[in-house]
Write a protein of this length. Structure first.
Length: 497
C-alpha cells in the first residue's frame, strides 16, 4: 500500500497506506555489473502507449552509481494511466555502457514488456537486465526470456506490488496532459518518510524536459548536414532544421503523426509488419556516415535482413543448384567436422548464386558497413577499442584456419551480426569505385558503379594480422570476382517479409 506525495511539481511515491489505485510500477534491476565505470553505467527507460511505435510518454536516462544525482538499482518508476486504462503500455529498459544513456542499437543489454493496467490495482512489472541477454538484439516488440531467447514482450511478468522499500524514491510517469513529470533525483526523506520539497533545501525545482525522440528515429546529423527531402519538422525544429525521417519513423510514417499499429514498422513510408527469414536479423532503416574518417559520405538505407553468420559449409550444401567450392589448401568444403565453418573458397558468382537461391542477394557495401558499424560510427563491429580477442584472426590468437561461426560473440556488431571482422573476407554486391555524395548530404540505398573489374571484399580474415583490415570502413579491392581462396566467404541479405 502506498500514498502519492506532490512536492513543488514532483509527483513521487512513498511507503504508506492508501486505497489501491490503477497503476503499473516498472522495477529495473540488473544481473550485470552496474555503477560508475562498470559494464552498465546508466539506464534509459522509455514508455509508450500502445506499442513500440505508439505515442511517447516518457524517455529518461538515470546515471547509476553513488553520489551526486546517481541512483542505485533497483530503479522503480510508477506509470499512471490517466483516463485511458485499456490501451497497453510498452516499456523498454536499456542498460547502457555510458553514464549519459544509449539507444537500442548501442545498449549493452535490454529488456522490454508490453502490459495492461488492471483497474483498481497497483501491479509491478520486473525488468531484469539479465546476463544471458547481453549482446542480444530482440525486436522492439520482444523481450529477452530465459536463456537469452527472444519471445513476445506480452509474456512479461506482472505481479502484485508490495510497496517501496523505506528510503527509496520512485519516479512517476503521468498521462495528465500527455506530460512526463520528470525525474526525481534522490530526494532526502523526512522523519515521516515523505520526500522533502526541494525548495525547503534552498535549491530551485528543476523539472527536466523529456527527450521526445522515438526509439526508431535515425540519429540526426549535425548542424552542417542537409537532410533528405523525406524529413519533416514533426516534433519541433532542430539545429539543422529537420527532425523526423517520415520514410522510416514509425511514429510519423509518411506524414507527421501517422503512427504505425503495434507490431508494424515504417518502411519507405508504408506501415508494414517486418520479419526476416530464419537465421537472419532485421537491420532497421536508418542513416549513417559511411567511409573512413575525413572521407565520409552520408547514406540513408531502407530496412533489410542480413544473415547473422557467414554462410556455413552445412548451409551451402543444401543448395542443390550451387556449384561446389574449391578444395585446395585451407578450403572447408569436403573436410570432416567443418559443417559449422564458413563456406570459403567460393568466387563472387558462386556466392551470389547461393544468395539468389534463397531469394536474397549479396549485401551492398553500404548495407554491409551499416550492419557492421551501426549508427554510432564505430571503428570495429564491437566498438572503438582495438581487438583483444573479439575475432578469429592470425594476430592475438593465431590460427591456421577458419573458426566455427559465432566463436567470438564479444565481437558481434551493434545489430547482433557475428564475425563481421575476421574469420573470412566477405563478398559484397558492388564493383569497386569512388563513393558518391558527401558528408553533408545523404544518398538513398546507394550501390557501386554499374560496371567494373573488381568486386569489393569486406571484414578481414583469419589469415591476416593487419588491424586496418578488420575495421568497419576498410575496403579490399585487390581481387577479381573469380578469386577463390580459403580466406574468402560471404553472407546474404534479404528484403524484409
Amino acid at each position: 500500500m502506498r500514498r502519492a506525495v506532490a512536492a513543488a511539481g514532483w509527483l513521487v511515491l512513498a511507503a504508506g497506506c492508501e486505497q489501491p489505485r490503477t497503476e503499473l510500477v516498472a522495477r529495473v534491476d540488473s544481473e550485470v555489473a552496474w555503477g560508475a565505470g562498470a559494464t552498465v553505467q546508466s539506464v534509459t527507460l522509455t514508455v509508450r502507449r500502445g506499442g513500440p511505435a505508439g505515442p511517447l510518454r516518457s524517455d529518461r536516462t538515470t546515471a547509476l552509481g553513488t553520489g551526486g544525482d546517481r541512483r542505485s538499482l533497483p530503479l522503480v518508476v510508477g506509470i499512471l494511466p490517466g483516463d485511458d486504462t485499456d490501451t497497453p503500455v510498452w516499456i523498454e529498459a536499456l542498460g547502457c555502457g555510458d553514464p549519459n544513456g544509449c539507444t537500442p542499437t548501442t545498449a549493452v543489454v535490454a529488456q522490454r514488456a508490453v502490459v495492461r493496467f488492471t483497474r483498481g490495482q497497483t501491479e509491478e512489472v520486473p525488468l531484469l537486465l539479465a546476463s544471458a541477454c547481453v549482446g542480444g538484439t530482440c525486436g522492439s516488440d520482444e523481450r529477452c526470456g530465459e536463456g537469452g531467447r527472444c519471445e513476445p514482450a506480452t509474456r512479461a511478468t506482472v505481479r502484485p506490488f508490495d510497496g517501496v522499500d523505506a528510503g527509496m524514491v520512485a519516479d512517476v510517469v503521468s498521462d495528465a496532459g500527455g506530460m512526463d513529470l520528470g525525474t526525481v533525483a534522490d530526494a532526502p526523506m523526512t522523519d515521516s518518510g515523505s520526500p522533502l520539497d526541494r525548495n525547503d533545501l534552498g535549491a530551485p525545482v528543476d523539472v527536466p524536459a523529456p527527450d521526445v525522440l522515438g526509439t526508431d528515429s535515425a540519429p540526426l546529423p549535425d548542424a552542417t548536414v542537409s537532410c533528405p527531402t523525406t524529413f519533416a519538422n514533426c516534433d519541433g525544429v532542430s539545429a539543422n532544421g529537420c527532425e523526423v525521417d517520415t520514410q522510416s519513423n514509425s511514429a510519423h510514417c509518411s506524414a507527421c503523426g501517422r503512427v504505425c499499429p503495434s507490431g508494424q514498422s515504417c518502411d519507405a513510408g508504408v506501415c508494414v509488419a517486418l520479419s526476416c527469414p530464419m537465421g537472419m536479423r532485421l537491420i532497421p532503416a536508418g542513416m549513417f556516415q559511411m567511409g573512413a574518417a575525413g572521407a565520409t559520405h552520408g547514406v540513408q538505407l531502407s530496412a533489410f535482413c542480413m544473415d547473422v553468420t557467414e554462410v556455413t559449409v552445412g548451409a551451402y550444401a543444401t543448395c542443390a543448384a550451387c556449384s561446389a567450392p574449391g578444395r585446395t589448401m585451407h578450403c572447408n568444403w569436403g573436410v570432416a567436422d567443418r559443417e559449422n565453418h564458413p563456406a570459403n573458397c567460393v568466387d563472387w558468382d558462386q556466392a551470389r548464386a547461393f544468395c539468389q537461391s534463397r531469394e536474397g542477394e549479396l549485401p551492398t557495401e553500404a548495407q554491409w558497413e551499416y550492419a557492421a558499424r551501426g549508427t554510432d560510427g564505430r571503428t570495429y563491429p564491437w566498438g572503438n577499442d582495438a581487438p583483444t580477442g573479439q575475432l578469429c584472426w592470425n594476430r592475438d590468437s593465431p590460427t591456421s584456419s577458419t573458426c566455427p561461426v559465432r566463436s567470438s560473440p564479444s565481437g558481434d556488431s551493434a545489430f547482433g551480426i557475428s564475425d563481421m571482422a575476421g574469420n573470412v573476407w566477405e563478398w559484397t554486391a558492388d564493383y569497386f569505385g569512388s563513393y558518391t555524395g558527401s558528408a553533408d548530404s545523404y544518398v538513398l540505398n546507394p550501390t557501386g558503379p554499374d560496371s567494373g573489374t573488381i568486386r569489393v571484399l569486406r571484414g578481414g580474415s583469419w589469415s591476416f594480422a593487419s588491424i586496418s583490415f578488420v575495421q568497419t570502413s576498410h575496403r579490399n579491392r585487390d581481387v577479381l570476382p573469380m578469386y577463390r581462396d580459403g580466406s574468402v566467404g560471404f553472407r546474404c541479405v534479404h528484403r524484409p517479409l
